[in-house]
Design a binder for this molecule. Structure first.
Ligand SMILES: [Zn+2]
Length: 275
C-alpha cells in the first residue's frame, strides 16, 4: 500500500496525522455556499460537483460515480442515505488554489471532509486537480463511515476508520481477488494495544506504513473474512458505547482479545496468490 501516494498528501507525519484525526472527528462546521463564484457546477446521481477549471477533468462526474458504486457495495448498510442525498464536491484547479480556498485547509492536507449544517448539503468534500481516485475514495469512505458515528465521533476507533479507508481504495480500484488477505503485516502491534490506539505509535514513516497495513488487514478480516452482518453489528455496538472487547465478542464471538488476534493472524497468514 503506497500510503504516501494518496494519504500522505493527507498525512506526512505523526503530528500531522493527529491534526487530521481531530479534524475528521470534529467535522469542523463550515458554512458552505452554492459554490465558489464563477465555478462550473454539475449534478450527477450522487454528487453536486463544483469544478474550478471547466476546461479540464471532463470525466470527473463519471469517475466520481464509479468510485461511488465501489463504495456503495461495502458502505450502504451503514450509510443508506448515500442513495438519496448528494455529497457536495469542491474540485480546485490545483493545490495552491485549494489551500487558498474558502475551507482554509491545513497546508499538509490532500483533501478534506466537512459536515455542514446547511440543508441539502450536509456532507462535503474538498479536493484538487489532478483528480486522484485514490484520494477521493479514501476521503469519501471517511465521509460515509463517519456519518454512521456522527453523534458520537469519538467512538470511531482510529484503526477502524483508517483501515476501512485504505481497504476501500483498493476495492474501488477493482483489482481485488476474493482470496486477497490484505497487505502483509510484518511487525504487528499486539491487538490489546492496537485496537485502542488514539494515535499513530510514532513518527517515522515505516511505523505509519505498518499501522496502515495492520489496520487494513484487520478491517479486511472483520469485514470480508466474516459475514458483513457481523461487521455492521460490531460498528453498531461501538457506536452505542460498547468497549471493543465486548463488541468483538458480541458481533463475532471472540471470547478474548487473544482469541481475536489468533483468528486474524490465521486468516491473514496463508500466502494467497495476492491481488
Ligand atoms: Zn484517512
Amino acid at each position: 500500500m503506497k500510503l504516501r501516494a494518496f494519504c500522505a498528501s493527507v498525512v506526512s507525519s505523526y503530528k500531522e496525522f493527529r491534526i487530521i484525526r481531530i479534524l475528521l472527528l470534529l467535522f469542523i462546521p463550515v458554512l458552505l455556499f452554492a459554490g465558489e463564484s464563477g465555478w462550473n457546477t454539475r449534478w450527477t446521481s450522487h454528487f453536486l460537483i463544483h469544478q474550478e477549471n471547466s476546461r479540464s477533468a471532463k470525466g470527473v462526474g463519471a469517475e466520481m460515480e464509479k468510485i461511488f458504486r465501489g463504495l456503495r457495495k461495502e458502505l450502504w448498510s451503514l450509510s443508506s442515505w448515500m442513495d438519496t442525498e448528494k455529497v457536495e464536491v469542491y474540485l480546485y484547479k490545483d493545490r495552491k488554489s485549494y489551500l487558498e480556498g474558502r475551507f482554509k485547509p491545513p497546508e499538509w492536507s490532500g483533501g478534506m471532509v466537512y459536515k455542514s449544517g446547511r440543508r441539502g448539503a450536509q456532507w462535503s468534500l474538498a479536493v484538487y486537480e489532478p483528480f486522484s481516485p485514490k484520494t477521493v475514495a479514501h476521503e469519501l469512505t471517511h465521509l460515509y463511515f463517519a456519518s454512521f458515528f456522527k453523534r458520537v465521533p469519538g467512538r470511531l476507533p482510529l484503526w477502524l476508520n483508517e483501515g476501512l479507508a485504505v481497504m476501500m481504495v483498493e476495492e474501488t480500484a477493482g483489482r481485488v481477488k476474493p482470496s486477497y488477505r490484505g497487505p502483509p503485516v510484518d511487525k504487528a502491534i499486539p491487538a490489546e494495544v492496537f485496537l485502542k490506539l488514539k494515535k499513530i505509535p510514532n513518527s517515522d514513516s515505516g511505523s505509519v506504513q505498518d499501522f496502515y497495513s495492520q489496520a487494513h488487514s484487520v478491517v479486511r478480516f472483520l469485514k470480508k473474512g466474516n459475514s458483513p452482518f457481523k461487521f455492521e453489528k460490531f460498528c453498531r455496538q461501538l457506536r452505542d458505547g460498547e468497549q471493543v472487547e465486548r463488541a468483538l465478542f458480541s458481533a463475532y464471538g471472540f471470547g478474548s482479545m487473544e482469541k481475536f488476534e489468533k483468528a486474524w493472524k490465521k486468516w491473514a497468514a496463508p500466502p494467497g496468490p495476492g491481488k
